[in-house]
Write a new protein. Structure first.
Length: 94
């Protein structure tokens, strides 16, 4: 019998609460990284997304394998000010 890998058809959608601002208001974007390795030594998917109202979300553009644990992290980027935050606490999803 041949085993088939189950794939998620959509999502998951990763969501983060927007960063608190201080100083001049400039455009902020968020970099989302997804990996099957908690150290992020390899990145499965990554995207930089413009800030949305209150919370910012991103859905990967290709399917993630079902039954696999994925780790994700996000950081805020203020390109105009040259400021990049530390990564938020790593989260996981299966």
């Amino acid at each position: 019998m041949r085993q088939m890998r189950r794939h998620l058809k959509t999502g998951p959608t990763f969501t983060v609460t927007n960063a608190v601002r201080s100083g001049p208001v400039t455009a902020i974007s968020y970099r989302f990284d997804v990996s099957t390795v908690s150290t992020f030594s390899t990145i499965t998917q990554s995207a930089t997304v413009a800030e949305q109202t209150t919370r910012t979300s991103w859905t990967p553009t290709t399917n993630l394998a079902g039954g696999t644990t994925y780790y994700w992290r996000v950081q805020a980027i203020d390109s105009a000010s040259g400021i990049t935050s530390a990564y938020a606490t790593t989260q996981s999803v299966t």
